[in-house]
Design a protein around this ligand. Sequence first.
Ligand code: ADP
Length: 171
Amino acid sequence: MKKAIYPGSFDPVTLGHLDIIKRSAALVDHLIVGVLNNSTKTPLFSDERVNMLKEVTKDIPNVEILSFSGLLVDFAREHNVQAIIRGLRAVTDFEYELAMSQTNRVAAPDIDTIFLNTSLKYAYLSSSIVKEMAMYGGDISKFVPESIVDIVRERYSSSYNIKANENGDIK
Ligand code: ADP
């Protein structure tokens, strides 16, 4: 059974991520989407990231959503995964991704990293761009799956309001 893991922050999941999930699920028997809990980076969406991913992948039968913390290679080993999937948008992603994959290869020579290039229409898209757009009330429906548009919009409008309130921008 060919098993792979697609790890990331998914804060929140974008159409670019979903594209990589669909394409990699077609290549393997079982795909784990690993939602990273990183102690140095507080996500805007914490546990909801798993639920959002479950919602947007519910029609893809061989995809499983799990959260993890610690080393990716340990998590991959625990689940008998043979490959790590990463997406590449531009050369700017490449340097970091190459170093990460080489590090993982030293730590776990039996697990390979497979890079999928972005579909061109999502080449510009990142979770940060989605958050920035949502923060200023922009239309995010072209960036994230339809079923999570409202969740992202609401979260951002409420946290933006709290900040604005703290700053005295909202009286
Ligand atoms: P991380 O914090 O690990 O970079 P992200 O959630 O930002 O997590 O991204 C997870 C993976 O998805 C990374 O390999 C990233 O390069 C890839 N990715 C993100 N956005 C896109 C996109 N628009 N097209 C293709 N791959 C993407």
